[in-house]
Design a protein around this ligand. Structure first.
Ligand code: SF4
Ligand code: SF4
Length: 56
């Protein structure tokens, strides 16, 4: 999974829906840990600006 930093406004919505805590807010950006990610796509669906995509 990839978060496009140019689209992401660090709203935190994806962080709260991830079932395995693979997404964290780090200073003023959001970081996704692909080692933890189970590819459920919940974050992709909730992101209001479509900043998350399935490519790595
Ligand atoms: S796809 Fe699912 S497991 Fe992976 S980061 Fe998004 S919400 Fe978390
Ligand atoms: S939901 Fe989208 S805009 Fe909000 S923090 Fe996550 S990736 Fe960024």
């Amino acid at each position: 999974m990839t978060i496009n930093p140019y689209l992401c406004d660090v709203c935190g919505t994806c962080v709260s829906v991830c079932p395995v805590d693979a997404i964290v807010v780090e200073e003023n950006r959001v970081v996704l840990d692909n080692e933890k990610c189970i590819r459920c796509r919940k974050c992709v669906i909730v992101c209001p600006v479509k900043a998350i995509s399935e490519k790595n």
